[in-house]
Design a protein around this ligand. Structure first.
Ligand SMILES: [Zn+2]
Length: 166
């Protein structure tokens, strides 16, 4: 079976007004669908671009959901954006605990941000960009990656972790 056929066998078109194409296979802790390609698990929403459209995503390209449904892989519901746009979008939609300016140092991460941080790191995003995305200091991200903070959450996460190389 071709990669494209294999990919397309994994979602179902939702028959409601959203008409999302919802991923039915593995879902990561982060809520995103997972697709294994060349022995590495990727976000299914990212795979749409390189498997279906042969568009190569850069490390700095985020794939955002216009429909806010993380399981969705419908191309028209997805948008390629940079970290800045993504952070602004989260802020506009009232999510993400985004703070500005001098308050950045005190910005708080929520426990459910941690799996996403680890996942972005495993996808190869630079620490600077992850920090911008969550609007915290790079040092905070480094601490998390070194398991110095959020230790119990990180450990928990590793047990359930489905992203990254097998
Ligand atoms: Zn959708």
């Amino acid at each position: 079976m071709s990669t494209l056929n294999r990919f397309c066998a994994n979602f179902r078109i939702v028959l409601d007004r959203t008409s999302c194409w919802e991923w039915q296979a593995t879902i990561a802790d982060t809520g995103y669908g997972q697709f294994k390609y060349k022995a590495v698990r990727h976000g299914a929403h990212r795979c749409v671009f390189f498997i279906v459209y042969a568009i190569t995503l850069g490390r700095h390209d985020y794939v955002c959901h216009k429909c806010d449904n993380r399981r969705c892989v419908r191309p028209s519901h997805l948008k390629i954006a940079d970290a800045k746009w993504n952070a602004q979008d989260r802020q506009l939609k009232g999510r993400g605990n985004v703070r500005q300016g001098e308050n950045v140092a005190q910005a708080k991460l929520r426990s459910n941000d941690i799996p996403q941080i680890l996942s972005q790191h495993s996808e190869g995003l630079p620490i600077r960009q992850i920090a911008e995305h969550f609007n915290v200091h790079q040092e905070t991200i480094k601490q998390i990656l070194k398991r110095k903070s959020w230790l119990s959450i990180s450990q928990n996460h590793q047990q359930n972790h489905t992203t990254g190389a097998p």
